[in-house]
Design a protein around this ligand. Structure first.
Ligand code: SF4
Length: 256
C-alpha cells in the first residue's frame, strides 16, 4: 500500500509496473472526484489494463437533505463546504434551502471565513430568511467548475451510499459508470466489501443531526480520541468530535 499525493501518480505507477495491478482508493466528497475521474480518463487514453479505482465518493446535498428530512433534527442553518462548491457550484443548494427553509451559507476555511459565514447565517435566522449565500466568493462561482463537472460526469454515475452514523442515503455517491467499467476495481476483482459494523457506543448520528454536542458523548476524550477513534467524527481533523477535542473550550461551550 502506498500513500500518494495525486491519483495521477497512481496511473504513472501502473504504467511503470505493467506486471502489477494498481488500485487507487478513490475516496472523498465532490472535491476529490474530478482528479480521480481524470486518472481513469488518462488510464483509458494510455490503454492501461492494470489500473483501476475503488470509488467511495460521497455527495453533500443528499446528506444535507437526509439530515434535514429527519423530524428530530435540530439544525438551524448550514455552512456549506467551500471546496465542494468550488467544484459543484451553488445550484444544488437552492432547492434544499427552499424545501426545508434552512439558511445555507457557502463558507471558506480560514478562521475569518468561518466567522463571517456564521455571521451571515445568524443574520438570516434573525431576519427569518432561508437563502443560499456565498461567503467564499474568492473561489466559488454559482455555476462551479464546469470542466471538473464534465470530467466527473464522463466517468462516474450517481449511486446509493452508506454513511456512517446515518445509514444508506439513496443517490448520495459516485460509482464508475459502465463506459469505464474496466477501471472499476469493485467489478474487476469482484470485491464485495461487507458493511463495517458501527460501534454501538458512538452517537455520531445524533451529533450530525444537531441533537447532541460531542462532549455529551460519554466516550468523548476517554475511550474515543483521535489516536483511537470509535466513530467517523473523531477520525478526520475536520470531524466535529475531533474539532471539539483539539480546539474547543468545552467548559465554556457547555454553558452556551
Ligand atoms: S466522541 Fe467518538 S464515540 Fe462519541 S460520537 Fe464522537 S466519534 Fe462517536
Amino acid at each position: 500500500m502506498r500513500i500518494l499525493y495525486s491519483p495521477l501518480e497512481a496511473v504513472q505507477l501502473a504504467k511503470q509496473n505493467p506486471d502489477k495491478q494498481v488500485v487507487f482508493f478513490a475516496v472523498g466528497f465532490e472535491t476529490t472526484a474530478p482528479a480521480n475521474a481524470l486518472s481513469v480518463v488518462h488510464a483509458d487514453q494510455m490503454q492501461l489494463d492494470n489500473y483501476s479505482i475503488l470509488a467511495s465518493h460521497v455527495l453533500v446535498p443528499p446528506a444535507m437533505e437526509a439530515i434535514l428530512a429527519d423530524d428530530e433534527n435540530k439544525i438551524d442553518a448550514f455552512l456549506a463546504a467551500g471546496h465542494v462548491c468550488t467544484i459543484m457550484g451553488m445550484e444544488e443548494y437552492y432547492p434544499v434551502a427552499e424545501k426545508y427553509q434552512c439558511p445555507i451559507v457557502i463558507t471558506g476555511f480560514e478562521p475569518v471565513d468561518l466567522l463571517q459565514g456564521i455571521l451571515m447565517a445568524v443574520i438570516q435566522l434573525e431576519n427569518g430568511e432561508y437563502k443560499v449565500e456565498n461567503q467564499y466568493t474568492r473561489y466559488v462561482q454559482r455555476e462551479g467548475n464546469k470542466l471538473a463537472q464534465s470530467t466527473i460526469s464522463e466517468v462516474f454515475k450517481i449511486s446509493d451510499r452508506v454513511w456512517r452514523g446515518i445509514g444508506n442515503i439513496p443517490q448520495s455517491g459516485y460509482e464508475v459508470n459502465d463506459r469505464f467499467k474496466k477501471f472499476n476495481a469493485r467489478l474487476k476483482f469482484n470485491i464485495d466489501i461487507p458493511l463495517a459494523e458501527e460501534n454501538k457506543d458512538c452517537i455520531s448520528g445524533d451529533i450530525m443531526k444537531g441533537l447532541k454536542k460531542p462532549k455529551q458523548c460519554p466516550n468523548f476524550g476517554s475511550r474515543c480520541k483521535p489516536e483511537h477513534p470509535l466513530g467517523a467524527p473523531m477520525v478526520s481533523s475536520e470531524g466535529a468530535c475531533a474539532a471539539y477535542y483539539h480546539y474547543a473550550n468545552t467548559e465554556r461551550l457547555e454553558k452556551v
